[in-house]
Design a protein around this ligand. Structure first.
Ligand code: PNW
Length: 489
C-alpha cells in the first residue's frame, strides 16, 4: 500500500546496506518474517461454483455408435484441408467410453460443477423426426455418474455439432426451420434430464460459429455468406435460442434455470477513467446487439440496424418477443478482448483502438493476454443489461505443454494466465459484479476445432495415441484455488 509504513517496507529498508538502526540479527529476523508475510488472499464468495468445461464433439469420439447421426463437424473435419493437422474427432478423447475415468479427473480437482454439451445428432440423428433413446442414455449415464460423485451437471444443448441432415435439407441456420427444430430438441431433452440437471445453456458462442462458419467459411459448415444472409442466419440462431427457452419453460421441471454461453465482444476501457468506462459501455452494447443484446433487450439497437442498412435481418415483433424470453443467467466465455475503447465526442461516442502488433498473446495467436477482460466483461454486462446472475462459462488458454524428462507437464504460462484472470475476476466480484461461478476451459486436452489436436487447452494432458490422461501443474494450481476458494499472486 503506497505511503503506508508496513513491516514489509521496513524490512526492505532494513535490508539495505548501510541502513542499520537494528542489530544484524534483528534485521535478519524481520527479513524472514517479511518473506512469510502475505496480503489477504483474494477470496471468492461462499458457495462460488468452481467447475470445468468441455463439449461433445471435442471429446466424445464414438461418432458411429448407438445410432448417432452425422453432424456438420464430422463432414467438415473429414474434408481435406479444413483442419490444420488433418485430424478429426472420430475418436478424440474416447470420452464416450471413458466418462467414468473423466468424472474421476473432475473429482480429483475438487470441482463442484461440470459443464458439458449434449450432441444433438445423438438424440435426434436427423435433427428432427424420430428420437434415438440410446443417444440420450449416454447423458443419463454421465449425469448419474456426476451426481454420484457430488458434481453438479451444467448442460449445454448446442456446441456447434448441428445434425448434417438439417444442413442438407433446410440449409442449417440459414432457415428458421432449424430454429424450430432446436426448440423441439431442447424441450425433449430437458423434459427427460431436468429431474437431475438444474441448469441448461442453450447455445455456445453464437458469435463464433456464425462468423467462422457462415461468414468466413473456416468453421463448419464452411459457408461464406454475404452480409445480409449472415445477419439472417444470426437472427435464426437467436430465434432458436428463444424457442429453446420457451420449450424448456413448457417441458422441464419448474425451477429449471436457463441461459446461454456467449463469447461476448468484450470492450475494455483503455484507461480506467469515467469517460473511458462510459465509452466502453456504449461500445459493448452496440457490438453485442446481434446476439446478447437482442436476447436481453428483446430488440436490436438502432445502431445495429443502421449499420447493417439493407443487410439488416428481416424479422417481426413476435420473433423479437420469443428471442427476448426471460432467461435466468448469462454465461460469458472470457478469453480475449474484442477491443480497447477510448471516448469520442462525435458519432456513437466511442473509438475502437487498433491493437499494436507487439500486443502479447498466449500460444494461440488469437489469445491476447488481457486479464482485465475478466473484470470489465462481467461488470459491464451487469450494468448494461441489468443482469443479476453471471457465470464465466469458459476461460482458459492453450500452452506448449510438452512432457518434461521427469514425466511432468510444467505449464507455467497457463498458471500465469489463470492467476491473472482470476485475480481480476475476484476484483470484479468484490466491486459488485454478480458472478456466481467459473468453468475452466478445459478439463482435458481435446479436439480444438480447426487447429485439430495441436492446441492444448486442458488441465490434464492427453496422449492421443494411448489416450492416457496426466495432470499438468495447472491442475494442482486449480485444485488449490478451489480448496482455498481464493487466488493469490
Ligand atoms: C471457444 N476467438 O472457442 C469454444 O467455446 C471452445 O469450444 C474452444 O475449444 C475454446 O473456446 C478454445 O478455443 C473460441 O478466436 C475460439 O476469439 C476462438 C475464439 C473464441 C472462442
Amino acid at each position: 500500500m503506497p505511503g503506508r509504513f508496513s513491516r514489509r517496507n521496513f524490512a526492505r529498508l532494513a535490508g539495505l546496506a548501510g541502513f542499520s538502526m537494528v542489530s544484524p540479527a534483528a534485521a535478519k529476523d524481520s527479513r524472514t518474517s517479511a518473506a512469510n508475510e502475505k496480503s489477504a488472499p483474494a477470496s471468492f464468495p461462499d458457495g462460488f461454483v468452481w467447475g470445468t468445461a468441455t463439449s461433445a464433439y471435442q471429446i466424445e469420439g464414438a461418432v458411429h455408435e448407438d445410432g448417432r447421426g452425422p453432424s456438420i463437424w464430422d463432414t467438415f473435419s473429414h474434408t481435406p484441408g479444413k483442419i490444420d493437422d488433418n485430424t478429426n474427432a472420430d475418436r478424440a478423447n474416447d470420452h464416450y467410453h471413458r466418462y467414468k475415468e473423466d468424472v474421476g479427473l473432475i473429482k480429483q480437482l475438487g470441482a463442484k460443477a461440470y459443464r458439458f454439451s449434449i450432441a444433438w445428432p445423438r438424440v435426434f440423428p436427423n435433427g428432427d423426426g424420430a428420437p434415438n433413446p440410446k443417444g440420450l442414455d449416454f447423458y443419463n449415464r454421465l449425469i448419474d455418474e456426476l451426481l454420484a460423485r457430488g458434481i453438479e451437471p451444467y448442460a449445454t444443448l448446442y456446441h456447434w455439432d448441428l445434425p448434417q441432415s438439417l444442413q442438407d435439407r433446410v440449409g442449417g441456420w440459414r432457415s428458421s426451420d432449424t430454429s424450430k427444430a432446436f426448440g423441439d430438441y431442447s424441450g425433449y431433452v430437458t423434459e427427460r434430464l431436468s429431474d437431475r440437471v438444474r441448469n441448461f445453456f442453450t447455445i455456445n458462442e453464437c458469435g463464433r460459429f456464425l462468423n467462422f462458419g457462415y461468414g468466413w467459411g473456416i468453421d463448419a459448415p464452411g459457408l461464406k455468406l454475404p452480409t445480409g444472409e449472415l445477419n439472417q442466419a444470426r437472427h435464426n440462431v437467436v430465434l432458436g435460442h428463444g424457442f429453446a427457452v420457451q420449450a424448456i419453460r413448457a417441458h422441464a421441471r419448474a425451477g429449471t434455470r436457463v441461459g446461454l454461453a456467449e463469447n461476448i465482444a468484450a470492450c475494455v476501457p483503455a484507461i480506467d477513467t469515467p469517460e473511458h468506462v462510459r465509452a466502453a459501455e456504449i461500445a459493448m452494447r452496440e457490438l453485442n446487439s446481434g446476439v446478447l443484446g437482442v436476447i436481453l433487450e428483446g430488440k436490436y439497437t438502432e445502431g445495429y440496424l443502421d449499420y447493417a442498412g439493407k443487410d439488416a435481418p428481416k424479422f417481426n415483433a413476435e420473433e423479437l418477443m420469443i428471442i427476448g424470453s426471460k432467461i435466468d443467467f448469462v454465461g460469458l466465455n472470457i478469453y480475449t478482448p474484442q477491443c480497447y475503447i477510448e471516448p469520442k465526442d462525435k458519432g456513437a461516442g466511442f473509438h475502437i483502438l487498433p491493437f499494436p502488433a507487439s500486443f502479447p498473446h498466449m500460444q494461440s495467436k488469437w489469445l491476447l493476454i488481457a486479464p482485465e477482460t475478466a473484470y470489465w466483461a462481467p461488470r459491464l454486462t451487469a450494468k448494461i443489461w441489468n443482469v443479476d446472475t453471471i457465470y464465466i462459462s469458459e476461460n482458459g488458454t492453450s500452452s506448449d505443454d510438452k512432457i518434461a524428462a521427469d514425466g511432468k507437464v510444467y505449464d507455467l504460462d497457463r498458471i500465469m494466465y489463470l492467476r491473472n484472470y482470476l485475480m481480476q475476476l475476484q476484483r470484479a466480484i468484490a466491486d459488485g459484479a454478480p458472478v456466481r461461478g467459473y468453468f475452466l476451459w478445459s478439463l482435458m486436452d481435446n479436439f480444438e476445432w480447426i487447429w485439430g489436436f495441436e492446441q492444448r487447452f486442458g488441465l490434464y494432458h492427453v496422449d492421443f495415441q494411448t489416450l492416457e490422461r496426466l495432470p499438468k501443474l495447472s491442475a494442482e494450481f486449480y485444485r488449490n484455488v478451489i480448496a482455498t476458494n481464493a487466488v493469490s499472486s
